[in-house]
Design a protein around this ligand. Structure first.
Ligand code: ADP
Ligand code: MG
Length: 376
């Protein structure tokens, strides 16, 4: 009988797991939050990922459950485990990805280099941290943030007053970090099977705009073997020590003084790994499915010297991406186009474009030109 995989969450990550599932002959089903989700082609159920009964009913017919996002509450994860469902990544690993304060604590305990940080409960605590760090810092809500929502650069403690008010409804704490002086952002992805095998992709560079991933260059230009080895080492250590199963993406800062610091972790396929769909022998989506089903992992050798991924953020001001598709395909025959089937909205990730090439500048130019067809 075919392997059956269930994905909780119907976003574009679940959508992009569908083609490799089809290729490998896996049965994939998705628990989507609403009708018409990005992953609607595989959505066999619509339900709330916080609803234990809905999640248990969905999981009944599958061999392993995995995720499109990290927001399934711990009690729901525990209920799945109690019911005998294989959950990958497992609850204890996911707990580290769900809360940026827990993440900082665990990474620190592993000896992984991270920015200076503190748990702050009020404006006085924040003011103390800022005073010790040149008067500025980055405040983050521990839970629920994504694409820069929940991240704010501040130069006075009063600038976080609204977030302290919201945090007071929980345990009251916010995360504050030093404002890292970075040369660029990098990302290192690995995949790990429950039985322990770990495979890494090349280190990549990611460019963020307004806290959102805009472009990815693979491999990271001019990184050097020392950096590449250090990044892969850090990701392998984190995956192994936290017992991550599936894809782990580690977001990194390359500081202006040449250090590598870990920003955050994602325990699922990640935007900085979309280039692997065409650019790697095994894509992050295929690898994630293999890993969570404890199947042997695939080779990650790049298919070209350079792969460039450009996100489509927002989409066209009028009409749909489909309206622009013929023009894009005609103008950029080497571009690989991904439309997530989502309604255009300012800043929203609605698609991406990938280009492979022998010359980085040329690949960047083609990828940007292709994405522009969808974006203006
Ligand atoms: N300590 C920091 N110093 C400087 N820039 C930061 C810091 N933390 C985050 N950023 C910037 O904000 C972006 C989003 O922050 P991140 O913690 O990754 O949140 P999200 O969960 O929204 O991705 C990062 O990619 C980086 O560009
Ligand atoms: Mg991030």
């Amino acid at each position: 009988m075919a392997y059956r995989i269930g994905v909780i969450g119907g976003g574009q990550l679940a959508r992009m797991m569908v083609p490799p599932a089809v290729h490998l002959g896996l049965e994939i089903s998705v628990l989507a939050e609403a009708e018409g989700s990005s992953a609607r082609l595989a959505a066999t159920a619509v339900g709330d990922h916080r609803d234990v009964e809905a999640v248990l009913a969905f999981a009944r017919g599958v061999d392993a459950v995995t995720f499109d996002h990290e927001h399934v509450p711990q009690p729901v994860l525990a209920a799945l485990v109690d019911a005998g469902v294989a959950v990958h990544p497992g609850p204890s690993a996911l707990a580290v990805a769900q809360d940026k304060l827990v993440m900082r604590e665990r990474l620190g305990a592993l000896g992984v280099p991270v920015p200076d940080w503190a748990r702050v409960h009020d404006e006085a605590g924040l003011a103390d941290f800022l005073a010790d760090h040149g008067g500025r810092g980055v405040v983050k809500t521990p839970r629920g943030g994504y694409d820069g929502k929940g991240v704010r650069v501040v130069s006075s403690a009063t600038e976080a007053a609204d977030w302290f008010a919201v945090a007071a409804e929980g345990d009251g704490a916010l995360l504050v970090e030093e404002l890292v002086d970075f040369r660029r952002e990098l990302a290192q992805s690995v995949a790990r099977r429950p039985s322990g095998e770990v495979v890494a992709w090349p280190l990549v560079e990611s460019v963020q705009r307004d806290g959102v991933c805009a472009e990815v260059f693979a491999p990271a230009p001019r990184a050097g073997e020392r950096f590449e080895a250090a990044a892969a080492d850090v990701a392998r250590t984190i995956a192994t020590e936290l017992g991550v199963t599936g894809v782990l993406a580690v977001e990194l800062f390359e500081t202006t003084d040449g250090r590598l610091l870990v920003n955050e972790l994602a325990m699922r396929p990640h935007n900085t790994g979309h280039w692997t769909i065409e650019g790697s022998t095994t894509s992050q989506f295929e690898q994630h499915l293999r890993a969570v089903l404890d199947l042997p992992l695939g080779d990650t050798t790049p298919r070209a010297p350079w792969t460039v991924m450009v996100n489509v953020l927002g989409g066209p001001a009028e009409g749909t991406l489909a309206d622009r598709l013929p023009g894009l395909l005609a103008a950029q025959p080497t571009a690989k186009v991904h439309d997530y089937g989502k309604d255009p909205r300012p800043g929203r990730k609605v698609g991406h474009v990938t280009v492979l090439g022998d010359d980085l500048d040329d690949a960047v130019a083609r990828a940007r030109a292709a994405a522009a067809h969808f974006d203006d």
